[in-house]
Design a protein around this ligand. Sequence first.
Ligand code: PMP
Length: 358
Amino acid sequence: PGVQGLSPYQPGKPIEELEREYGVTGAIKLASNENPLGPSPRALAAARAALADIHRYPDGNGFVLKSALARKHGIAPECITLGNGSNDILEFLARAFVLPENEVIFSEHAFAVYPIVTRAVDAKAVVIPAKNWGHDLAAMRAAVNARTRLVFIANPNNPTGTWLKADELEAFIGAMPAHVLVAVDEAYFEYVEEREYPNTIGWTAKYPNLVTARTFSKAYGLAGLRVGYGVSSPAVADVLNRVRQPFNVNSVALAAATAALEDTAHVARAVQTNRDGMGQLIEAFTELGLEYIPSAGNFICVDFKRPAAAMYEALLRQGVIVRPIANYGMPNHLRITVGLPEENRRFIEALRKIVRDR
Ligand code: PMP
């Protein structure tokens, strides 16, 4: 019954589909919060080298990648669960810990995979109204009861870009009863430059019911290879690893992710590109009198104050793919991924034309 009530995840429109449907060429896509720089050249070289061994199964325990992650984060490898993207980790949490009689709490306008993994195990999704487009932690805390098993928190949140400060988030985690797991989804961690933004991996030793999810899909530029990971107490990681498919992360992805971790300069370049691009977009929104939600991620939501579907269509006709987010309960907004300077410029030019003509 839960599955029948599900709406499928709606990915961004592929460039090829747009070009065929609308007869445009040279389209650009600012719709899936990818890294416009691509991956580190070191990650690419490692991926290419790994092709020599694709007749072998990957290391099902991801020994090398886990060792590198453990070193980077100052944790034991036993605290890590590797996923086929961090979505895999979110799904393991629901599959391993949540029964149909349980409740899973998350915020309105939060990441679309939370309702999917919750309803897929037939549990009840408890959706808490957002506060200023972000998580209302007090209301989320008040919703916890004996049936609650899992709380998802995206920090920063996709699609709104809102973020939670260390003190408020830690107070929330500390207040959770022992039967409730808190999954803090930090897919955009590397992009956040706010001083009070927490690294919750550092808290997992202290809170046995905390799981932090991270990914190589965003700042590391490896979305197509699908690698993410969870960090938790060894006891929780042991449970998550039991529901994991034996070879869920492929060998090319393992090699690329391990090499990507070492290239901190590439991540720094991605963050700088994002900072500059975000400035470019905000300047344009301000000039055009468009309201936006300040974002800590590599994307930003702009408010058209009327259904944005027509705006989305008009942008498509000019060869620019962005993301409609009506399915997130935000029909008047579009979410724009920060691109390269030239891509941002093309988007802004298209937007300016449409806004002026309307
Ligand atoms: N969490 C959030 C908040 C996201 O926005 C995304 C990507 N859209 C993910 C998790 C999943 O990313 P991946 O599975 O590629 O690691």
